[in-house]
Design a protein around this ligand. Structure first.
Ligand SMILES: [Zn+2]
Length: 609
């Protein structure tokens, strides 16, 4: 059994380039008109070996206008998101979302650009050469949409501004080229960089979001250092100055009624809560701070240390959505739901936020790891579950598989035929992929690989194949087949115990593969005296064995099972009379869609005969 050494400073994929962005923005919000104007200076470094002749900015708010692609999609898909439905079609002009670029130049020279709804197509005139840094200067205008999906004003709980996807954002460029996806509903991907953002707004408002407040002692609102007397602001507005290093997006939220609480963790970030205190929030939000701290501690220990100095849980948005250093969640919830959504969005900080999984083209990777992590962290910080903690994810995947409209998880988030294939697929089958990986490589290897993934790939946008490689490196196993079958296809797993018979003084166990996806099989034999032993049947194509796992019955036999063979037989050197039952994967980590045929009870079977 080969286990490669793990050193955290190993340089992963030195040849994987990344574009670098550096934004400076200065915006002024008119809280009467819900409109804003801004300037943006973008330092853009082309670290690719490609010469770029065009560039693309996202203009997300233009999705919130009648007949936009998002509107049409929502009115034509068979199972629309109930938050969207036909609501965009019914927006009035003052409720539209608008994001318009008024002026744009590169290195001081105006460039040609065209608004194509939620994408600005830019003809650069002069190309950006490999290795070159250019500076874009822009003036833009925005109108905050009445909240329909994620961002917007005056959400269902009355929060004035949930300002995500609010600025013209340069589309990501990577080894697959430009990612100029129109905004249909799903989700986000951006190049890492630094943000310097000044927001001028009515001084009655309290803000929160991505980024460290630079002028806390002038702003106050609970951000000031202890004991500082904040001067009362002259004039109507305050200018909030934020800086956010090494993030791929910048969100902010604002409301005049926010309560702001903060706690500095001992070995972690400053945690902020911003919410409107009333009878619907007071009790549960009062308990949320400690749960958030516990969750950050748990994740930092088990998934990798949280690298920023700040994390904020902010009431806003339309459910729960993750952003760098912060989340927007709706706040009128029971305690389990409030903690659950916070933990879920927080865990995105590890996978979407810092590793930088591409939520748009590989949503399963981000939601899968996050959903898996939510079950683990809720069990650790909220309520111990005596059952298999991922059972809910497995059940949801089984229902999807059974429903007949499952789609391969390689599908781009916007292009699933049905929302009801996207949700159970990316979240739950994605979570099953992660937990099942522990079954394939063994729990100890799995835990090591999670940390190796973090150490080697943070801030580098690993894709599904990169993730698989990390598990290969730690386990010494070949795992391409696992990705190809479970992610890139909808083939499913079904193994069965066919018969257990006497073979002289020994026992012959006949097994069959019913499903199209091959898997290594853990077969547990329970004897009449209650003791148990493990027979391990690895696939030939995995080129090795997982090590014995702690807490599992002792492995007494290893026998390869080639994927081409639908049937196999195992000879156990014990008389049939000793055996009570044999069972495939009692740990339930293998996603066997039919568990009915997994166990054969020899005693009852003999009695029947
Ligand atoms: Zn999520």
């Amino acid at each position: 059994m080969l286990i490669l050494g793990i050193s955290p400073d190993t340089q992963a994929q030195k040849d994987r380039y990344q574009q670098k962005v550096k934004y400076e923005m200065d915006v002024t919000m008119d809280v009467e008109k819900n409109q804003y104007t801004g300037t943006q200076k973008l330092h853009y470094t082309n670290n690719s070996s490609d010469t770029l002749n065009r560039a693309f900015y996202h203009l997300y708010y233009n999705a919130f206008q009648p007949n936009s692609m998002m509107d049409v999609r929502s009115r034509t898909i068979a199972d629309p998101d109930r938050r969207v439905m036909d609501r965009i079609q019914n927006l009035s002009p003052e409720e539209y979302g608008i994001l318009e670029v008024k002026k744009l130049s590169m290195n001081g020279k105006p460039v040609k650009f065209e608004h194509e709804e939620t994408i600005l197509e830019v003809d650069l005139g002069e190309p950006i050469l490999p290795g070159q840094t250019v500076v874009f200067d822009m003036e833009f205008f925005g109108q905050v949409p009445l909240q329909v999906r994620r961002a917007g004003r005056d959400n269902a709980e009355g929060i004035r501004y949930s300002m995500s996807q609010w600025y013209p954002k340069m589309a990501a460029y990577d080894t697959r080229g430009w990612h100029a996806n129109p905004y249909i509903g799903r989700e986000f991907y951006g190049n890492f960089g630094d943000f310097d953002v000044k927001i001028t707004i009515d001084k009655g408002y309290t803000l929160g979001g991505t980024g460290y407040l630079q002028n806390a002692n002038e702003i106050g609102k609970g951000y000031e250092d202890e004991g500082v007397k904040v001067p009362s602001a002259r004039g109507k507005n305050l200018t909030w100055h934020f800086k956010a290093p090494n993030v791929h997006d910048f969100m902010w939220a604002a409301d005049p009624k926010y309560t702001h609480e903060k706690v500095q963790m001992e070995n972690g970030p400053m945690v902020h809560l911003l919410y409107v205190k009333n009878e619907k929030t007071e009790e549960n939000w009062g308990k949320l701070m400690q749960y958030t701290i516990d969750a950050i501690e748990y994740c930092s220990e088990n998934f990798g240390k949280y690298p920023y100095d700040q994390y904020s849980v902010i009431q806003g948005g339309d459910g729960g959505m993750e952003y760098p250093m912060a989340t927007l969640i709706t706040g009128h919830r029971n305690l389990r739901s409030l903690v659950g959504v916070t933990v879920h969005e927080l865990i995105h900080s590890w996978y979407y936020g810092v590793l930088g999984f591409n939520e748009s083209s590989e949503p399963w990777l981000d939601e899968g790891f996050t959903t898996w992590g939510t079950s683990v962290v809720m069990d650790a910080v909220f309520e111990k579950d005596s059952n298999f903690i991922h059972e809910g994810s497995y059940r949801s995947y089984f229902r999807l598989e059974n429903a007949g409209y499952e789609e391969p998880l390689t599908t781009h988030g916007d292009h699933y035929n049905l929302n009801s294939a996207y949700g159970p697929g990316t979240y739950n089958k994605g979570a099953v992929f992660v937990e099942q990986m522990a079954y394939v490589v063994g729990k100890q290897n799995f835990d090591k690989a999670l940390l190796k993934l973090w150490n080697e790939w943070q801030f580098k946008h690993p894709n599904g194949h990169d993730v698989i490689r990390v598990f290969e490196q730690v386990s010494g196993l070949e795992l391409d087949w696992y990705y190809d079958y479970f992610i890139a296809s909808t083939k499913s797993i079904d193994y069965g115990v066919k018969s257990v018979e006497a073979a002289g003084n020994d026992t012959k166990i006949s097994l069959e593969r019913v499903g199209m996806m091959p898997m290594p099989v853990d077969l547990v034999v329970t004897y009449q005296d209650g003791s148990q032993e493990m027979i391990y049947l690895p696939l030939v194509i995995q080129r090795g064995n997982k090590p014995e796992e702690e807490g599992m019955p002792k492995r007494v036999k290893t026998q390869k099972w080639p994927w081409t063979n639908y049937n196999t037989e195992v000879i156990l050197e014990r008389p049939l009379a000793d055996i009570k039952s044999v069972e495939i994967d009692p740990s339930k980590r293998m996603a066997d869609v039919n568990r009915e045929n997994n166990k054969l009870d020899v005693t009852t079977n003999l009695e029947k005969k």
